[in-house]
Design a protein around this ligand. Sequence first.
Ligand SMILES: NC(=O)c1ccc[n+]([C@@H]2O[C@H](COP(=O)([O-])OP(=O)(O)OC[C@H]3O[C@@H](n4cnc5c(N)ncnc54)[C@H](OP(=O)(O)O)[C@@H]3O)[C@@H](O)[C@H]2O)c1
Length: 255
Amino acid sequence: MELKNKKILLTGGSSGIGYALSKKLVLKGNSVAVLARRGDRLLQLTNDCKGSEGNLYTYKCDVTDKPGVKEVISEINKTLGGIDIAILNSGIGRPEGIRKFNSENAFEIFNTNVIGVVNCIEMLLPILLTQKSGVIAGVSSLADNKGYSGSGFYSGSKAAVTLILESLSTELKKNGIKVITIKPGFVKSEMTAKNNFKMPFIMEAGKAADIIIKGLIKEKRIIQFPLITAIGAKFIGLLPVKLFEFLESKRRPEN
Ligand SMILES: NC(=O)c1ccc[n+]([C@@H]2O[C@H](COP(=O)([O-])OP(=O)(O)OC[C@H]3O[C@@H](n4cnc5c(N)ncnc54)[C@H](OP(=O)(O)O)[C@@H]3O)[C@@H](O)[C@H]2O)c1
């Protein structure tokens, strides 16, 4: 697919991967509607996109607020005259560990990362099904494959996102709608700035955005990067549980 003159909805464009992606998509001549909670960051994005070929529309919206999501997505559909691609990127993650093992922490992470995505897809489906076209690209993670030490809620939430998207893909394909799962490895962002452990092969958000754009153009079913981390994740997924837990105890000895 050509990534120009497309009507794109993107959640979580106020920082990190989403910010870089929004900027590049507007620069390429697309109409991009960006959702996030922080208005000051959306204003910064607006200023950054001035003079670009495409158009940027920003909406203050919390993806966990279902009525709010409904209103904003319906407004975006009217403003853009349809939606070609929805990039569901909003997400949170933070160092967890047993001292922070509580339902409040779990609720916040699952509510944003899973229910936030579900809220958006629920509102997008009637639009895309009527159009009989469109792409839903959800941002999961390469950490969706195992219960990494100190990241149980995050990995669990991303595993849920991956499986929900996989299940939708089969059904939606018959209706002309493509589902893409985006699985980044470590990317420099506000989220990873909080991590106090080694993050191998960490990349800049701009580079991650370039890879995602290439994957969207190729309409890949799964966009995973960097290659070395994706191969590593596959390999880790095959390890016997005892060996995996031994390696985790060495990687995160504080947990
Ligand atoms: N960085 C990595 O290494 C990495 C790796 C794998 C996957 N990912 C995934 O990539 C996505 C982007 O993360 P990032 O690394 O770019 O982190 P980030 O810089 O912290 O960006 C997260 C974005 O999500 C938005 N967001 C969070 N909660 C929201 C809510 N309730 N409603 C609406 N928007 C919300 C934030 O905007 P507001 O705070 O303004 O609402 C922000 O724009 C996430 O889904 C993350 O899980 C990241």
